[in-house]
Design a protein around this ligand. Structure first.
Ligand code: 3PG
Ligand code: MG
Length: 347
């Protein structure tokens, strides 16, 4: 794997530094509901402050807004960050996705982002699979370096790229189905078993586009509506009553997945099994988290939601590596070059 040059080798004293972090965190009632990604960004920010950067501008996207939208503002994130690292040299710019130029990697928007900064540090591991203005465009305009989190992620996830102990079980769930199916297609051959839950399972059941056998849920916790207090019923996965929604894997599936994970020597888990933020639909994600934590071997968990679940269950220190990247981790595992990493000169 190519090693991008490190922020540790950057001359930042007295300079204005632009840092791309992945501060795409869940917000609830206008404040940060899970700050793992913010905490993961701290070591690089601290390093820049310690080395006397004159200004540290942190930039990130948050969610998938269609344009400027106060519900996706970075202000609560900035407030939270300042609570963790109170230094007035740090500021958080507004959500990059408020500008349509971000996802198009529009050079004009990249220039706007880079304007006034002298050094660029890429630390947004969770976003380096996107060729956007804030991940690739700015890296072509400013001297670019990899942040400490990005470096650590590449090193830890790199362990899954070589020979691993088997069985290697891949567990995938979560909401970004279209993004992930293509990646899974390329990954399927590396794993001995691929377990699929969550929304992705529904789509795969309707017509499996994957060219390998996957393990799908047998039963589901069905809800009469999309609400925390909805009436629920456990039904076979292919017998969802008309108009009902599958919001978690059912008890039989939990046992089945936990057993398969329990036999593994290497596990990569990305994406929750259901709407775990709501207690009636949390059991599937909990069962997977506990099974992964119990494995004696190399265990890697990626993606904001799975990581949040792991932390909430107090299991984060029982897995080998907790990655801030979901899609990015999957694409790295595929062996793909990540555009946000490729844009940084080599060490
Ligand atoms: C994530 O949460 O996976 C990253 O922040 C990337 O977000 P995106 O899938 O909206 O690009
Ligand atoms: Mg996400």
């Amino acid at each position: 794997m190519r090693t991008p040059r490190s922020v540790r080798d950057a001359d930042v004293g007295g300079k204005r530094v632009l840092v791309r972090a992945d501060l795409n965190v869940p917000l609830e009632n206008g404040s940060v509901a899970d700050d793992n990604r913010i905490r993961a960004a701290l070591p690089t920010l601290q390093l820049l402050l310690d080395r006397d950067a004159s200004e540290v501008r942190v930039v990130s996207h948050l969610g998938r807004p269609k344009g400027p939208d106060p519900a996706f503002s970075m202000r609560p994130v900035e407030e939270h960050l300042h609570g963790l690292l109170g230094d007035e040299r740090i500021q958080v710019l507004e959500n990059t996705r408020f500008d349509p130029g971000e996802t198009k990697n529009d050079p004009a928007f990249a220039r706007e982002l880079a304007n006034g900064s002298e050094v660029f540090v890429q630390d947004a591991f969770g976003s380096v699979h996107r060729a956007h203005a804030s991940t690739v465009g700015v890296a072509e305009l400013l001297p670019a370096y990899a942040g400490l989190l990005l470096e650590r992620e590449l090193a830890e996830l790199g362990k899954l790229l070589g020979e691993v102990d088997r069985p290697f079980v891949l567990v995938s769930g979560g909401a970004k189905v279209d993004d992930k199916l293509g990646v899974l297609q390329n990954l399927g051959g590396k794993a001995d078993e691929v377990l699929i839950g969550g929304k992705m399972a529904e789509q795969v059941r309707e017509g499996n586009p994957l060219e390998f056998v996957v393990v799908l849920p047998r039963d589901v916790v069905a809800a009469a509506e999309f609400a925390e207090g909805a009436e629920t019923r456990v039904v076979p996965y292919d017998a969802l009553p008309e108009g009902w929604l599958g919001l978690d894997i059912g008890p039989e599936t939990r046992r089945d997945f936990a057993e398969r994970i329990g036999r593994a020597r290497t596990v990569f888990w990305n994406g929750p099994m259901g709407v775990f933020e709501w207690p009636p639909f949390a059991a599937g994600t909990r069962a997977v988290a506990e099974a992964v934590a119990g494995v004696d071997g190399l265990t890697v968990v990626g993606g904001a939601d799975s990581v949040r679940a792991l932390h909430e269950l107090g299991l984060a220190d029982r897995v080998t590596w907790v990655s801030t990247g979901g899609g990015a981790a999957l694409e790295l595992l595929e062996g793909k070059e990540l555009p946000g990493v490729a844009a940084i000169p080599e060490a």
